[in-house]
Design a protein around this ligand. Sequence first.
Ligand code: SF4
Length: 458
Amino acid sequence: MSELSGTFLEKSTIKAADLEHRRKINFNIGKYNAVVPQGKSQFSDVHLARERAKNVKWKAIETLDQQLESFEAAITKRGAKVIWAENGEQANAEILKICKEKMCRVIVKSKSMVTEEIHLNDFLEKNRIESVETDLGEYIQQLDGEPPYHIVTPAMHKSKEDVARLFTDKLGTDPKLTPEQLTLVAREKLREKYVQAEIGITGANFIIADIGGIAVTENEGNGRLSCSMPKTHIVVVGIEKVIPSMTDLALFWPLLATYGTGQRITVYNTIVTGPKQEGEFDGPEEMYVILLDNGRTNILANEKARESLYCIRCGACLNACPVYKNIGGHTYATAYSGPIGAVITPQLKQMKDWKHLSYASSLCGNCTEVCAVKINLHELLLENRHEAVEEGDSAFAEKIAWKMWKQGMLRRSWMNMANGNTKGWLINTLMTGWKKHRGELDFPKLSFNEQWRKKNKQ
Ligand code: SF4
């Protein structure tokens, strides 16, 4: 068992027994479940909408090179600079280079999972640049020194009392403040940062190939401020976020809103096609788009796993997953948690180190059932397991166990050899991992085969 896998098991065991954690998660996911049907009601046929979205993403991913080149050509014409980064280190180094050029000390940042993936905030802090999260949930997490817990709702595991306590500890506010008052405190603090920041960093929900734009979806207006107030705007985005045309947003915006938060449409939807143009008064003077690979082309090359690149990060599969709801987002120890995280993390990183995430599933198929773009998530989890075995990444004990099982299955006489107490003793002694959280297995004295024969003889 790898160190990561061992830590994952330990943390999961603790979290799964934490009833207060479960109560908070169930409460927050319950609120999500209550509103999603309202969002869905805007579609005359929501299954067809999801199917169409899947087809659009299929086309985008199958022609990824052309789509990205078209994006680059169009946005470059409007004065933006496109940087291709093979990995997180390259992306961070490019950002630092821009920061040095602009003599930047403060950055305002809107919510972006891809910057979590490359650990941008830690990197900037080491280089003495203050990077302030401006999404309220992310701001709360940053105050608490924690990474986001969920890809859409970063502070989902915190109650309003937890947030009030945190603000008192870190900002000295009255512990009795209401959520509205706490929001105003955060707003006041953040407004100052917008004035100080030399650079704004955002992610992008979509890269729009035909017009050369990026689309940012958010509910607080902080994303729009982050890309328009500072003099320089940097976008960091994974290359798989591409859609072929701006008209595709008519489908993707409502779909993302519905499956992400149960809204019909998210409050702020912004399309940015470059820096401020001649004669325009608002917007940044310079814009950079960092197109990040960081393992995505490995997924592209893998015919079966490729489908996972269709993901629009709506978070619905996390909310539906019985494992996620019990062990929580931080236990995964990676930027992307839940079913989609369990599918892509072993592919983006090392299969041998991260394959345990693909085993953290009951394979109930609920994730596939709710996925906004109909990714066959539970089948991809099985594919990862298959790949791990093919690569020889499974443990020695597991290999031996399966060999023995196969031999037993191929021989009826072996299967019948030791029933009742003997088989029970053998299995219960060998399978210590199974017994840890379950009762002992109890085998009948005769196997089904023996009982059948006996019955027919009579
Ligand atoms: S895999 Fe599907 S459900 Fe999960 S975050 Fe991505 S689009 Fe949403």
